[in-house]
Design a protein around this ligand. Structure first.
Ligand SMILES: Nc1nc2c(ncn2[C@@H]2O[C@H](COP(=O)(O)OP(=O)(O)O)[C@@H](O)[C@H]2O)c(=O)[nH]1
Ligand SMILES: [Mg+2]
Length: 321
């Protein structure tokens, strides 16, 4: 029996197969991460120590800005530079994994046959641990499977999206000409997150407005350190992509030389730890609410013998022991 067929997937064997280049095995492992639960946890323990050497780049911005088209261009640049490329297209607004993200796949179709490129779409539904948890796990899986560059496309409009966008080493924020998108970027909290701005669809009027708006917002919010460059592109014609790729390389070098890359990664791990811990504790609280202790505490509260704060401490002590 193949390690990757049937309902029971052995994470260790499937990961080994994926590392040997078995893309079917890798696809199934991504599904495993999406599904969550004990097999996903076993996989996470396996991928974590293998993922370190890989670099991740997020591409985020409003729907239709040209993120997929730009990502497609970046895949080409990355392949020229000899990278093995993993691509994760995340659409938190999409109800069905895969199908509704067809646009992303179509945009990147020319790389579908390339053995050194693995493209996967993810939607928000069906993530037991939440999308924000599944994305970093999946990035580590792709890294562990040999992708030394992982590109993550996300729709950057809400809080979840910003959370997802903050799971990569470098973040590219894509907007369109005019000032509307730039204002949205400020509101969504993407200004603080951006390492590089791309004003895409520069074949349309309003490029200067967008650049000016972003630039003045940066003046206000970013006093020192790396100043995100603002680049104009026509992604659909491949124009300006060389500069985007070069700036990404510069940013990576900057992060490495300043010790900032290690710091960022440490911060992200701490954020993951905090989120995972909070999920575990929430689950414990929920299950305690069916149990004897909470029932007896409730009765004592109702009888006026125990105040809610003291009741909570009694339950917390019991949960901790
Ligand atoms: N005029 C113009 N259209 C573009 C450009 N880049 C992408 N598009 C088009 O914009 C639409 C949305 O692009 P897509 O990459 O799917 O955007 P996403 O939703 O941000 O991923 C598609 O029809 C693209 O062909 C560009 O530079 N100029
Ligand atoms: Mg897209």
């Amino acid at each position: 029996v193949s390690p990757v067929s049937g309902r029971e997937l052995d994470p260790a064997r499937a990961l080994e197969a994926a590392r040997q280049g078995d893309r079917g095995a890798l696809a199934r492992l991504v599904s495993l991460v999406e599904a969550g639960g004990p097999p996903a946890r076993r996989l996470a323990a396996l991928t974590f120590p293998l993922a370190e050497g890989s670099y991740s780049v997020g591409v985020t911005g409003p729907p239709g800005a040209g993120k997929s088209t730009l990502t497609d261009g970046l895949i080409a640049k990355a392949r020229e530079a000899g990278h093995q490329v993993g691509v994760l297209a995340v659409d938190p607004t999409s109800p069905v994994s895969g199908g509704a993200l067809l646009g992303d796949r179509v945009r990147m179709q020319r790389h579908a046959e390339d053995e050194a490129v693995f493209i996967r779409s993810m939607a928000s539904r069906g993530h037991r641990g939440g999308l924000a948890a599944a994305v970093p796990e999946t990035i580590r899986l792709l890294a562990a499977a040999g992708m030394d560059l992982v590109l993550v496309e996300t729709v950057g409009v809400g809080q979840v999206e910003v959370e997802v966008a903050s799971t990569t080493d470098s973040t590219v924020v894509v907007v369109n000409p005019g000032w509307g998108d730039a204002v949205q970027v400020g509101k969504a909290g993407l200004l603080e997150l951006a390492d590089l701005f791309v004003v895409n669809k520069a074949d349309r009027p309003g490029v200067e407005e967008a650049v000016r708006e972003l630039s003045s917002m940066l003046d206000l919010s970013r006093p020192g350190g790396w100043r995100p460059p603002i680049l104009a592109t026509v992604a659909s014609r491949g124009e300006g992509l060389e500069a985007v790729w070069e700036e990404l390389e510069k940013h990576r070098t900057y992060l490495e030389e300043e010790g900032e890359l290690a710091r960022r990664r440490q911060d992200r791990l701490l954020a993951e730890l905090r989120a995972a811990l909070s999920d575990l504790i929430d689950a414990r609280i929920s299950s305690a609410f069916g149990g004897e202790l909470v029932e007896s505490v409730k009765a004592e509260m109702a009888a006026g013998r125990l105040d809610p704060g003291a009741a909570a401490r009694r339950i917390a002590d019991a949960l901790a022991s």
